[in-house]
Design a protein around this ligand. Structure first.
Ligand SMILES: Nc1ncnc2c1ncn2[C@@H]1O[C@H](COP(=O)(O)OP(=O)(O)OP(=O)(O)O)[C@@H](O)[C@H]1O
Ligand SMILES: [Mg+2]
Length: 590
């Protein structure tokens, strides 16, 4: 076959394959165009998650009559005046979004410049109509209907209206977060999802878009180094979620997805937060144009940094400083009172068996606890022990995990077994017990549930509510009785009895995150470990909770009779034992 030049319509369709994958990707291009046009207000209306249609209106500078057909021409852009892609400050610059969208849908563009009349142009699956007059306020309105109607091969890759809506909402959120100076209104199927005023502070905007509770639970990030700045909002270590989906990164005002962020955030919070929990944050990097390449992806959702290590360092330092300023940093040296706490305990707690805290080493027992010591943050260092009832003494021999002697850092149970010293990670152990209890209960029928005295209303965004609702019957089997309560809330009527008086709101929120990561396929029973871990997180035995000796012993006894209780759901040990011989070695006694 001889080589031929492809007709423009086909070229556009090929480009559309990269730029327009689903309604959300077209929506992204349209909102970006509105922002590039200097809009102060952007209004978005979606039908059926964008499958039924997408409409974006703005009050930006508009287009002239002559510009309308050009906007639909490939590689026609007003945004690269001096051919310097490196210097581009607009969100768009490739000049291919509108022709791509227009080649696979029916696209209607109406536009008016402030001092001129309004004009309209329709592009029906690549076929341009003629420009006709239209009455409208200054600005631009772009409507996209029937996406992929003429491209059945692409249409079948579209997901349900529910999933497409979730993707659209994510796009609007990111762009609205990037531009807190611009007003945004989002409507879905005729219903107002949100209306964000212009000129909101960044903190307010981010909190309104992610979670209102963030407004009271955040630190402000602000750091400048060389000519790079980082600013933004990050949650306190005590406010976290079950997935990293609520972490947003912006580079020079452009929302980007970058693996760099995940690692850097984990690094910054490593000492403060359990590994399976994730802070919520929105970080804005301002970087000299020469240090970042924005033209690495047709959808412009990724960037390439000249010096990624430096950027990672900026994110870690920015977050660290903000967290330090909030007083969350672990004290490296124990306060005098902590040392006293130990000494005030009953003298029967033979001091020679317990290394005394010295001013140089927190908890003294660093060799036992290793580098995890740094995780015990947010609490003043505290050791606590209670005198066991005398009859317990005799029982020590019968129990492999021994008798509880106390609790360290509100996280570890210290127990004395006949042959040594046992340390239990109370949270990891409890997580495991919950999983095993649920497995047993499911095998026996259903998990016991406890009705809430007052049903609890949990506010969540619509896609999260959809996900919970779709799994309601599976959740009911696990003891969680939920029902939809309006578009953006879930009503909880009963919770699994084995969780005790737990934080139902946090539980439902985290389950929604879990379900997002699970996708549509897996059954909850098949991923019971995930659900159990989340439930256990909201159960009574969190890390950081003071336990009584009775509670500690109850946990130890249950661990002894529960299969697989030696490892947590993520494969880490739930307890370790230091045999008497090992302790003697530590003290050079042998
Ligand atoms: N909402 C709008 N208001 C004013 N002008 C617009 C609007 N949307 C598009 N245009 C004009 O149409 C041109 C083409 O838009 P299109 O999105 O196809 O390309 P681009 O934004 O220049 O680059 P990219 O393909 O990277 O998005 C733009 O350069 C701009 O001049
Ligand atoms: Mg564009």
């Amino acid at each position: 076959m001889s080589i031929r030049r492809l007709p423009e319509s086909l070229v556009n369709r090929i480009a559309a394959g990269e730029v327009v994958e689903r309604p959300a990707s077209a929506l992204k291009e349209l909102i970006e165009n509105a922002l590039d046009a200097g809009a102060q207000a952007v209004s978005i209306a979606l039908r059926q998650g964008g499958l039924g249609g997408v409409c974006v209106s703005d009050d930006g500078h508009g287009m002239s009559r002559d510009d309308l057909p050009l906007a639909l021409e490939r590689h026609a852009t007003s945004k690269l005046p001096d051919e310097a892609i490196e210097a581009v400050r607009t969100l768009g610059f490739r000049g291919e979004a509108l022709p791509s969208i227009g080649s696979v849908s029916q696209l209607t563009i109406s536009s008016r410049q402030a001092t001129a009349d309004g004009w309209r142009l329709i592009c029906d699956n690549g076929v341009l109509g003629s420009v006709t007059p239209c009455a409208m306020a200054p600005g631009t309105r772009v409507e996209m209907d029937g996406l992929f109607e003429r491209v059945p091969a692409r249409r079948k890759f579209l997901r349900s209206a529910r999933s497409e809506y979730a993707a659209c909402l994510d796009i609007v959120r990111r762009l609205a977060m990037a531009r807190n100076d611009v007003a945004f209104v989002l409507e879905h199927d005729g219903r107002r999802v949100f209306s964000l005023p212009d000129g909101q502070t960044r903190e307010d905007r981010v909190a309104q878009l992610i979670d209102r509770e963030l407004a009271d639970n955040h630190v402000v990030v602000s750091l400048e180094r060389e000519d790079v700045t980082i600013s933004g909002v990050a949650s306190l270590p005590t406010y976290h979620r079950g997935s990293a989906d609520h972490q947003y990164l912006f580079v020079n005002g452009r929302p980007v997805r970058d693996r760099l962020l995940v690692g850097a955030v984990r690094g910054a919070y490593a000492d403060f937060i359990a590994r399976d929990r994730h802070p919520v944050l929105a970080l804005f990097l301002t970087v000299p144009m020469a240090d970042v390449d924005v033209n690495v992806h047709p959808a412009k959702t990724e960037v390439r940094f000249r010096d990624p290590a430096f950027m990672r360092g900026m994110i870690v330092s920015g977050l660290r400083r903000a967290l330090d300023a909030a007083g969350m940093r672990v004290a490296n040296r124990p306060e005098a009172s902590a040392a006293e706490l130990w000494q005030r305990e009953d003298a029967a707690m033979a001091p020679q068996a317990w290394p005394q805290p010295s001013p140089g080493g927190a908890y003294g027992g660093a060799s036992l606890l290793g580098d995890r010591q740094a995780r015990f943050t947010g609490f003043a260092p505290s050791g606590r022990a209670e005198v066991p009832a005398p009859e317990r003494e005799a029982e020590r021999g019968e129990f492999p995990l021994g008798v509880a002697r106390g609790q360290v850092a509100r996280t570890y149970i210290v127990a004395e077994a006949e042959d040594g010293l046992v340390l239990v990670d109370q949270h990891a152990a409890h997580e495991r017990l919950v999983l095993e209890r649920m497995r047993r209960a499911l095998a026996d029928g259903a998990v016991a549930r406890q009705a809430l005295l007052l049903p609890e209303v949990v506010e969540l965004d619509e896609p999260a509510c959809d996900r919970i609702e779709a799994r309601a019957s599976e959740l009911a089997e696990l003891g969680l009785e939920v029902e939809r309560f309006g578009p953006a809330a879930i009503l909880v009527r009963a919770a699994p009895a084995l969780l005790g008086a737990s934080n139902v709101t946090g539980l439902v929120r985290d389950l929604a995150d879990d379900l997002a990561s699970l996708g549509d396929a897996a059954s909850l029973k098949a991923r019971l470990d995930l659900v159990a871990a989340t439930m256990a997180c909201h159960g009574s035995v969190r890390a950081g909770r003071v336990l009584s000796v009775t509670e500690m012993n109850a946990l130890l006894r249950e661990m002894e009779v529960t299969p697989h209780s030696g490892q947590c759901n993520h494969g880490r040990p739930t307890w370790i034992k230091l045999a008497h011989g090992d302790i003697e070695k530590l003290f050079g006694r042998h």
